[in-house]
Structures are given as C-alpha cells and as structure tokens.
Design a binder for this molecule. Structure first.
Ligand code: S5P
Length: 256
C-alpha cells in the first residue's frame, strides 16, 4: 500500500495532489461535515475544528444568512488551518445546466470550492460540463459511486459504471464518495460518509460504520458530521475521530 504522500506524487490533478500531500503532512484523514444552518456556527466550526481536519465539507445552500463574506472568511480559515473546502453540491443534471449551477447563481461554487461532487446517473456529460469550468481553476470532482443510506439505488453495477466514467476523466475526477474501495488507481481518493464511533443510524435511513470499518473497507478520508457536531464537546470529539482515523491508516500501511 502506498502512503498518501507517495500517491500525491503520482497524481496530475492539483487538488488531488494537494489533498494527499496535506493529509500526510498534517496527519489527518478526517473530513468534517459542517451541516449547520447559520454563518456564525459554520465559521466557528471551521475555526475550532479546522486544525484537526484535511477537508471541510459544506452544504452552502442550508445556511440561512449566507453572504459573500462567509466565503471570504471560510477561505481565510482554510489558509490559516490548512484544509480544503468541499462543497457537497451533488450535481445531477445535464452538462449544460450543471455548468451554470457550478459557476453562477448566488454561490459561485467553482470560485471557492476546491472540491465538489456529482452523481453519475446523468452520464459522462455531467463530468465534461463541470470539467470545462473547474479544471482551468485546478478544481477536483468526486463522483458519488455508492451512497450510505438504507435502500440507496447505487448497487455494485452502478458503482462499477461510475468508476469507468472516472477512469475516462482522470484529469478532473479525483475520487469517489463510496463505502468501499472500488479501483486500484492510487490517484482516486475514497471519501466515506456515514461514519460514527457508535454504529447505528438515524430515523431517516442514514447508516453508520465505525472509522475502523470504513478505513478497512477502503476509505482514505472519513466524513463525520453529527458524530462531531452534535457532541457536547465537538473539538474533543473531532480530536478522537482524527486520532482513530489516523491510527487505522498507519496500521493499514504498516501491515502492507
Ligand atoms: O451517501 C452519502 C453521501 C454524502 S456526501 N451519505 C451522506 O451522508 N453524505 C453526506 O455526509 C451528507 O450529506 C452529510 O452532509 C454527511 C453525513 O452526515 P452525518 O451527520 O450523518 O455524519
């Protein structure tokens, strides 16, 4: 098994390179899903938990009081604490439409999100459309190959077809949202949501695995939301997830 930084040297996409490099240098494979609905809460999480993470994942359209200053401040915090910003937009339309959704509207996602993601259900045109906007800016795209909730339609055949779409676009596609490793290409980064130290789920179908299970199944980055943000001490909890995620990576590396 290659280390994150060894993989970094093999990749051409600048965001993939930067992320893999920073994971090893900062010693974290934790992504925080900062699913909060006010600007103040989002900035507080980014500042307090920023030192523990490699990626801050946003759902920018759930912030009630969104304004451009939020983006400026998030970018400052990303610099200060050395993390990348991943807007979890889950694009799912035809190429022509997603280009506008990525570039225009009130969020201008392509201008600030190092990483975004798309469903593969719409076919390869969605990647081409997003790539025309994102690649000149050095951005990276994750494809949703496999979703975490109960009853998700993303079966093995869907996931494999998604991998094939990624293989045809290795300049821009930097990996997958997935529950397991799907490809041997070292430049694809597997990000796994549905992670919590206490397994189980929520009452809307979400299913959780422990960091240990997620990483042994192939996660490079564990995405944790409520496991951290709903805890009584989110910073202490983030440190726990960071330590656990890193220990599992180091153990896996030393076994190989
Ligand atoms: O299949 C998926 C894909 C994603 S990106 N399942 C998910 O849960 N997510 C996202 O991960 C979801 O949108 C949320 O932001 C996060 C999980 O949050 P948690 O609070 O359940 O850890």
């Amino acid at each position: 098994m290659l280390s994150y930084s060894q993989r970094s040297t093999l990749c051409t996409n600048p965001t993939a390179k930067q992320l893999l490099y920073l994971m090893d240098s900062k010693q974290t494979n934790l992504c925080l899903a900062a699913d909060v609905t006010t600007k103040a809460e989002l900035l507080q999480l980014a500042d307090q938990i920023g030192p523990e993470i490699c990626v801050l994942k946003t759902h920018i359209d759930i912030v009630d009081d969104f304004d451009n200053d939020l983006i400026i401040q998030l970018q400052r915090l990303a610099e200060k604490h050395n993390f990348l910003i991943f807007e979890d937009r889950k694009f799912a339309d035809i190429g022509s439409t997603v280009q506008k959704q990525y570039q225009n509207g009130i969020y201008h996602i392509a201008d600030w999100a190092h990483i975004t993601n798309a469903h593969s259900v719409a076919g390869p045109g969605i990647i081409t459309g997003l790539k025309e906007i994102g690649l000149p800016k050095g951005r990276g795209l994750l494809l949703l190959a496999e979703m975490s909730p109960k009853g998700a339609l993303t079966d093995a055949s869907y996931a494999q077809k998604t991998v094939a779409m990624a293989e045809a676009n290795t300049d821009f596609v930097i990996g997958f949202i997935t529950q397991r490793k799907l490809s041997d290409n070292p430049c694809f980064i597997n990000m796994t949501p549905g992670v919590k130290i206490s397994q189980g789920g929520d009452d809307l179908g979400q299913q959780y695995n422990t960091p240990e299970k997620a990483i042994s199944a192939g996660a490079d980055v564990i995405i944790v939301g409520r496991g951290i943000i709903a805890a009584s001490d989110p910073v202490a909890e983030a440190k726990k997830y960071r330590a656990e995620g890193w220990a599992q990576y180091v153990a896996k590396l030393s076994k190989s």
